[in-house]
Design a binder for this molecule. Structure first.
Ligand code: PGA
Length: 258
């Protein structure tokens, strides 16, 4: 767990490079930098080089939404973690849209986790159950399988340094956000399972929540025990909402050391 809240805006496949640059330009002017909040932007791949030159790196860090696990070679159309090194601090791995739309399985996810770590990029491993799995009381089992599947190639020290995003599939892009007490239970389960697999120290890693987070709901998650931050998608594309989320993170972290 960290006293510094982590807010990662996942823009998904939105905004041209020009639009991304303009958006960050206005966001940067309006945002107050808080020492107890780390703000990360995950724009489309094409905008990364432009934003890496443009942003004030004290205000924002960058994340990749995806990458391929090999470092280089004959993989037409792919971008590797090795190529992203120096451009991004973080990278999403195993987002539910990658799992469900692009059929990425544990083997891909595991290889990507290792590739990110190998290339000095902090992976944000996304895990979460579907509505059906929740209704069948399978949430803990699904989280268990996704954690084992994604983390198998990493050492305890490496696991301690990564980020896990609890993102229930039914809450993503639906407006149907999870209740904070359900998030608390899922996050506690994630930490328990990590402790069991990798030891107490590793279970102290950062765990964030994502799924229809809004400016209005952000505070309730950020005050939820065990939650170190948020991964908003849609709300991160709206300047006012995103700013509200960052302010909520600042308030939730107040009084704690940054
Ligand atoms: P959402 O997306 O906030 O639009 O639900 C979250 C995510 O996909 O990470």
């Amino acid at each position: 767990m960290s006293d510094k809240k982590l807010i990662v805006g996942n823009w998904k496949m939105n905004l041209t490079v020009h639009e991304a640059s303009l958006y960050v330009h206005t966001l940067e002017k309006e945002l107050t930098t808080h020492r107890n909040v780390e703000v990360v932007l995950a724009p489309g791949m094409l905008a990364l080089p432009t934003l890496a030159l443009q942003i004030d790196h004290k205000k924002f860090k960058l994340a990749a939404q995806n990458f391929y696990w090999r470092d280089e070679g004959a993989f037409t159309g792919e971008v590797s973690a090795h190529q992203l090194h120096g451009l991004v601090k973080y990278a999403l791995v195993g987002h539910s849209e990658r799992r469900h739309v692009f059929h990425e399985g544990d083997k891909d996810i595991r290889a990507k986790m290792q590739a990110a770590v190998r290339n000095g990029i902090t992976p944000i491993l996304c895990v979460g159950e579907t509505a059906h799995e929740r209704s069948e009381n399978e949430t803990d089992a699904v989280l268990h399988d996704q954690l084992i599947g994604g983390l198998a190639n990493l050492t305890s020290e490496e696991v301690e340094a990564i980020v896990i995003a609890y993102e229930p599939v039914w809450a993503i892009g639906t407006g149907n956000n999870a209740a904070p007490h359900d998030v608390e239970a899922a996050v506690a389960s994630i930490r328990r399972q990590i402790e069991h697999l990798y030891g107490k120290k590793a279970s102290d890693l950062r765990v964030i929540y994502g799924g229809s987070v809004s400016g209005a709901s952000a505070g309730s998650y950020l005050r939820t025990p065990g939650v170190d931050g948020l991964l908003p998608g849609g709300a991160s594309l709206k300047k006012e909402e995103f700013t509200e989320i960052i302010e909520a993170a600042h308030k939730a972290g107040k009084g704690k050391k940054a």
